[in-house]
Design a protein around this ligand. Structure first.
Ligand SMILES: Cc1ncc(COP(=O)(O)O)c(C=O)c1O
Length: 383
C-alpha cells in the first residue's frame, strides 16, 4: 500500500488520502508537540516514545508494545527475535505490499506464497495448508506464517491459528494497514504471537514520517525485540547479546502520533460512515468490500473489484480523482520473487484480483458531494 498516488498530489483535486485535511484539524497541536521535543532535546527514546507505547498497549490490550522505525523493521525484528533464517519457510500472501515477503528474504529465510480468499482478500487457510506441504516437500522447515489484515480488515485468525498450531508455526501478524480493527471482539495486537504495524503517513494511524510497532503478550520475545531494536544491546551499551538493528522510533514522530491518537477513534468512525455510503452507492455496479460480521475494518483502503476496472480508472482519472491498484502485480510474479515456492493449486484468486481491483479515495475527511461524484462516475463507467 505504498505508492506516490497515496500522498496528496497538488495536481489531483481529489487525492486518495488527504493528510492536509487532517492537518487543518490538529495542525496547531502537532506543531506545539514537535516544539516540545525540540525544547527538551531528547530526540532519541524521549518521553513521547514511552508514552506512545503505553497508549498503544492500553488500546490494543497487548501486554508489551515496542515502537520502532517502520512496519518493515517491525516484522524483521520479530523474525530476528525468533532466530528465523536459512532453511526456514515463511508463509505469506502474494496479494499484499512487497514488505510482507521482503522481510522473510531479508533474514535469509524463504518466502512461500499463499493464495487469498475472493471475498475478504485475506489469506486462504486451505491454500496455507497446501503451501506448507509444498515447503516440506522442498526440504524447508515451516517456521512462521504472516497473515496480512489487508486494507484494514483482520484475516481469519482462528482458522490460521488451527493450522499454525498443527505445524508448530509462529504467527506474525502484518497489521500495517489495520491497527485499530477487531476480530471477534478483540483488537489486533493481542491475537497473533507477535503483531507488527506501520505508522507510515497514509496508514489509518500514521505519523509524519516513518514509524512502526510490535505487540506481544510474551515477555521473553518482548525482551528480545527490545534488544534487536537497538543493535542487540543487553543490560547497557557495553553488552551486545544478539545481532540487532538500529530501528528506534523517533521522539518527534512519537509526538505527532500522540496527537493523532487523540482523534483516532473519531477518524475510524468517520471512515465507517464513508465506507457505508460507498457500499450503498456502489452495490450492484461493482463488487464492494466484504467485511465479516465478526470483524471490524479500519478502512485503510476502500477497494472494489470489477472486470471493467480499467474503465473505472480512466473515468475517475479524467475527472482528476485519484485511484490506486493495490495490487496490480502480485509479489510472486515480481522479478526478485519468481523463484520462491507457491502453494499447490496456484494463486488463481490473487492473479484474478490483480486484474480487477481498484482502490477509491478513502479518508475521514472525504466530503459527501465528492463521494457522490465518485460513486456516479464509477456507476457510469461500468454501465
Ligand atoms: C501490508 C503492509 N505490510 C508492511 C508494510 C511496511 O510498512 P512500512 O512502510 O512502515 O515499512 C506496509 C506499508 O506500506 C504494508 O501496507
Amino acid at each position: 500500500m505504498r505508492d506516490t498516488a497515496i500522498v496528496p498530489v497538488a495536481s489531483a483535486p481529489v487525492p486518495l488520502i488527504d493528510l492536509q485535511a487532517q492537518r487543518a484539524r490538529i495542525g496547531a497541536r502537532i506543531e506545539a508537540a514537535i516544539k516540545r521535543v525540540l525544547d527538551h532535546g531528547a530526540y532519541i527514546m524521549g518521553p513521547e516514545v514511552f508514552e506512545v507505547e503505553r497508549r498503544l498497549a492500553a488500546l490494543s490490550g497487548a501486554q508489551h508494545v515496542i515502537s520502532c522505525s517502520n512496519g518493515t523493521s517491525a516484522m524483521v525484528m520479530a523474525l530476528m527475535a525468533w532466530d528465523v533464517g536459512r532453511g526456514d519457510a515463511v508463509f505469506v500472501p502474494s496479494f499484499t505490499f512487497t514488505a510482507t515477503a521482503e522481510v522473510a528474504a531479508i533474514v535469509g529465510a524463504t518466502p512461500a506464497f499463499v493464495d487469498v480468499l475472493p471475498d475478504t482478500f485475506n489469506m486462504d487457510p486451505d491454500s496455507l495448508a497446501r503451501a506448507i506441504a509444498v515447503a516440506e516437500q522442498t526440504g524447508l522447515k515451516p517456521r512462521v506464517v504472516i497473515p496480512v489484515d489487508l486494507f484494514g480488515q483482520p484475516a481469519d485468525h482462528d482458522a490460521i491459528r488451527m493450522i499454525a498450531d498443527k505445524h508448530d508455526l509462529f504467527i506474525l501478524d502484518d497489521a500495517a494497514q489495520s491497527f485499530g480493527a477487531s476480530y471477534k471482539g478483540k483488537m489486533l495486537g493481542s491475537l497473533a504471537d507477535i503483531t507488527a504495524t506501520s505508522f507510515y503517513p497514509s496508514k489509518p494511524l500514521g505519523c509524519y514520517g516513518d514509524g512502526g510497532a510490535v505487540f506481544t503478550n510474551n515477555e521473553d520475545w518482548a525482551k528480545k525485540l527490545t534488544q534487536v531494536r537497538v543493535h542487540g544491546q543487553g543490560r547497557d551499551r557495553n553488552e551486545t547479546v544478539r545481532i540487532g538493528l538500529t530501528a528506534r522510533f523517533d521522539s518527534i514522530q512519537a509526538a505527532v502520533l500522540l496527537e493523532k491518537l487523540s482523534i483516532f477513534e473519531s477518524e475510524c468512525e468517520a471512515r465507517q460512515k464513508i465506507a457505508a455510503r460507498y457500499d450503498a452507492g456502489l452495490k450492484g455496479a461493482v463488487t464492494t468490500p466484504y467485511v465479516r460480521p465478526d470483524c471490524t475494518s479500519v478502512w485503510a483502503q476502500y477497494t472494489v473489484s470489477s472486470p471493467r476496472r480499467d474503465r473505472i480508472v480512466a473515468a475517475l482519472s479524467a475527472k482528476q480523482i485519484a485511484t490506486a491498484q493495490f495490487y496490480a502485480k502480485p509479489i510472486h510474479l515480481q522479478t526478485p520473487y519468481r523463484g520462491f515456492p507457491v502453494a499447490g493449486g496456484g494463486l488463481f484468486v490473487t492473479e484474478r484480483l490483480a486484474q480487477e481491483v481498484v482502490s477509491l479515495p478513502m479518508h475521514p475527511y472525504l466530503a459527501p458531494d465528492i463521494q457522490d461524484e465518485i460513486i456516479a462516475t464509477v456507476r457510469a463507467a461500468v454501465a
